[in-house]
Design a protein around this ligand. Structure first.
Ligand SMILES: [Zn+2]
Length: 133
């Protein structure tokens, strides 16, 4: 009985490995491991840029900024909910600050690990799509 238990699982593991190898050899796609923790919207935005739309300031906020001689543009991504706020000096329109706020940590790669390129994000998306087929 114990011999049968050992032979069974190892035989099926070998089959599964064989099947994966065929796919990997054919396409030879290796994905950046940092993309594993990223959500699909995050990967899409990294691959294709954010889908910004402008968020209108309230009258109170606009007046508050005008008192400081400033204005700001707030953008929100329709896909991943990241916001970007660009504060400008009036009347020069020089940028005072330009800040991104991410809805969660799935958009970012670990600090100090370097930038994830658009191509790497796109590749991870492709592999996700292929896995769903
Ligand atoms: Zn986005």
């Amino acid at each position: 009985m114990s011999t049968g238990d050992c032979a069974g699982p190892s035989a099926s593991t070998a089959k599964a490995r064989g099947g994966k190898k065929i796919g990997k050899k054919k396409w030879a796609i290796e994905v950046d491991e940092r993309t594993a923790a990223m959500s699909q919207p995050a990967l899409e935005c990294r691959a294709m840029n954010h889908a910004w739309h402008s968020v209108r300031l309230s009258v109170a906020r606009r007046l508050e900024l005008l008192k400081l001689g400033q204005t700001e543009r707030v953008r929100e991504c329709q896909r991943c909910d990241t916001t970007r706020t660009t504060r400008r000096q009036l009347p020069s329109y020089d940028v005072l600050s330009d800040a991104y706020h991410y809805p969660d940590t799935s958009y970012l790669v670990p600090k100090g690990s370097g930038r994830l390129s658009a191509a790497e994000a796109d590749k991870a998306l492709l592999v996700q799509e292929m896995a769903g087929e």
